[in-house]
Design a protein around this ligand. Sequence first.
Ligand code: PMP
Length: 425
Amino acid sequence: MDLNQASQEQLQQWQAQLQQEFENFKTQGLQLDITRGKPSSSQLDLSNQLDGILGGDYNSANGTDVRNYGGLDGLPEMKQLGAEILSVPQDMILVGGNSSLTLMFQAMMQAYFFGYAGAESAWQNQGTVKFLCPVPGYDRHFAICEHFGIDMLTVPMNDDGPDMDQAEAMIKADPSIKGMWCVPKYSNPTGTVYSAETIERIAKLGAIAGEGFRVFWDNAYVLHDLNTDAPALPSIADYCQRHGTEDSVLQFASTSKVSFAGAGVAFMAASPANLAAFKKTLSIASIGPDKVNQLRHTKLFPNMASLKAHMAKHAELLRPRFDVVLQQLQDAFGDNDLGQWQSAEGGYFVSFDTRPGLAKRVVELAAEAGVKLTPAGATYPYGNDPENRNIRIAPSVPKVEEVDLAMQVFVCAVKLASVEQALAQ
Ligand code: PMP
């Protein structure tokens, strides 16, 4: 379909055909949902062994009875696993509850209200606070900023990570920029993997930014390769050490999409000073995390090799779903300019850009035909995609045939919206 060369008659003909196809989908009473990056039930089944894995032995390696209070920053053996996942020394790790998002919220709270270097360092005492947000990005990061009243400034996402020329220029020009969100591997939603050069430049931001600057390094998909030959991500902590910016980066990860999304284990990695400040506040809020669950996880994943073998099983289940999405997009839009996307090598999403101005209409059309998509705009701060073109596709939950059907509807919706637009111009 080349809309640029098409006559008015041709466009009308396409519209009639697509409208017919669309009406056919509508009569099927579909109820499909490709909105959120959640594991499917089959993926969750991979970790059912967690149930009963302790066999009545509640002692950790050093003899701690994990049923009791205490151990604010986690079991040593779970710290070790977190250290390997995030490529940092074990003493940088804090093991939390089930959600890394909660740790991010708490880390933000620490920076905003209490400060990482005493009360005076709290951002709330420093006037306007701004954050850099690579876009498209993760809506829940943006929601945290919005909740704290932090202004969000967007930075474009390039193929090798955020546009660092822009990020550095903005940070140099404006000391009220206090932080930046990053999802360095299989970024949500574009699937971008940051290059070593980008990671090093991010590690150096702490040296050019104002006091108290913190990168929120959300490595949610560090383990989530779809292919076996995926490259390892360079450790930002190593670069920080090289450049003396250890305090400027807070790292996060979890087993949410490794074991149980609602009952996994989350990690934070930070410098000794950052950890001390964070733990001071945490000790007021908690007498200790769920160490029973931590111990269960160390039994299921005694080392990195077992974790990697487990992730390969996830990839087996996810790959066919991504293949369907990518094949459908290639077939429909590979030879025209109605849409652009990146092929996913890991993570949970495919990010799709319509022609400018059409994302909302596509989401609306898909919904009419029973296919739920993430609301257009969700991948931008304040829900505002200035070009109204980005749509996040999350194919992990439905069965492969359902993803296929949902994508047929999606493709039809994109084509129909594009023809409508061409006719209106
Ligand atoms: N970060 C990113 C980038 C995510 O995509 C998600 C889940 N969609 C999370 C964090 C949530 O992590 P958790 O379950 O550990 O809170």
